[in-house]
Design a protein around this ligand. Structure first.
Ligand SMILES: Nc1ncnc2c1ncn2[C@@H]1O[C@H](COP(=O)(O)OP(=O)(O)OP(=O)(O)O)[C@@H](O)[C@H]1O
Ligand SMILES: [Mg+2]
Length: 273
């Protein structure tokens, strides 16, 4: 619609005011939902007024997150949506302790993370977080089973018989009992992503962060991978925070959080837990 055309809401300035009102209302809703999530159970994570700038002190310095506050309770299944460049991956990487915020507070299971050194961050990450990315990042020379044992190897420096057994169980749980000894190149895209989900779950983290886990898959494989994450959430109680451009899948999550231009503009609970 042309800005000078009369709109249902009246003059352009009235329309602008109503947009501002709805943004303000959704921000209030976002805060209310964050509080609700925190009240639902012990907060799994709490971000308070998080800011992130890249290239600090350089002429091309840019702030990409402008004060994001968000709380997730244990056992949530949340979609993080928003336009390309709005800061979704940046926010997920901050939550995943892969990047540090420029300002603000971030607590995981009540522990403030912003002052921790790299060793403490690595330990906290290994204890609390699993990751699934758009491109599975499986090691091509290793079998599915070996890929799933990698988190144990990295955490402990070895893979115990118990951890090997656990890796087999998780692979069976994601429907890959027959494919454990296959290399990633011998598996379909959907199967590769199922291995990546098994790898994310093998150490039983309370939260899995997934950045466009179905972005590289056809519709049928996307549905299959999404259904698997829902099932793992139901069976294990693992929380999921999933970045997706697929509005169809986002609508099937329990809560949708929307970032626009580095700000949280919507936080909507679709299904009460
Ligand atoms: N390492 C970096 N250095 C400088 N700028 C960065 C860096 N990483 C991201 N940005 C900028 O931050 C903004 C947010 O990027 P981000 O990747 O978080 O967006 P996104 O919402 O995940 O986008 P998409 O949907 O395309 O994946 C973009 O303007 C991007 O160019
Ligand atoms: Mg991204």
């Amino acid at each position: 619609m042309n800005a000078t055309e009369p709109s249902a809401a009246g003059s352009p300035s009235t329309a602008a005011a109503s947009v501002a009102d709805s943004v303000a209302a959704s921000r209030t809703a976002a805060t209310a939902n964050a509080i609700t999530a925190a009240a639902k159970g012990p907060a799994l994570l709490q971000l308070q007024d998080i800011r992130k700038s890249y290239n600090l002190g350089l002429p091309n310095q840019a702030e990409v997150l402008h004060g994001v506050s968000l709380a997730l309770a244990g056992g949530e299944f949340v979609a993080l949506i928003g336009p390309s460049g709005s800061g979704k991956s940046t926010l997920l990487n901050l939550i995943g302790l892969l990047e540090k915020p420029s300002a603000g507070c971030y607590r995981i299971q009540g522990q403030e993370t912003t002052g921790l050194d790299d060793t403490a961050l690595t330990q906290l990450r290994a204890r609390t977080l699993g990751f699934v990315f758009q491109f599975h990042h499986l090691l091509p020379a290793f079998t599915a089973l070996e890929n799933v044992t990698l988190p144990s190897l990295m955490r402990e420096g070895q893979v115990s018989a118990q951890q090997l057994q656990r890796a087999r169980e998780v692979l069976a749980a994601v429907g890959l009992e027959e494919a454990m000894d296959k290399k990633p190149s011998e598996l379909s895209g959907g199967m590769q992503q199922r291995v990546a989900i098994a790898r994310a779950l093998v150490l039983r983290p309370p939260l899995v962060l997934a950045d466009e886990p179905t972005g590289n898959l056809d519709t049928a494989s996307s549905d299959e991978v999404f259904a698997l994450m829902r099932r793992m959430h139901a069976e294990l109680g693992t929380s999921f925070l999933i970045v997706t451009h697929d509005t169809r899948l986002a609508q099937r999550c329990d809560r949708v959080v929307e970032l626009v231009d580095g700000q949280l503009l919507r936080d909507e609970v679709l299904k009460k837990g």
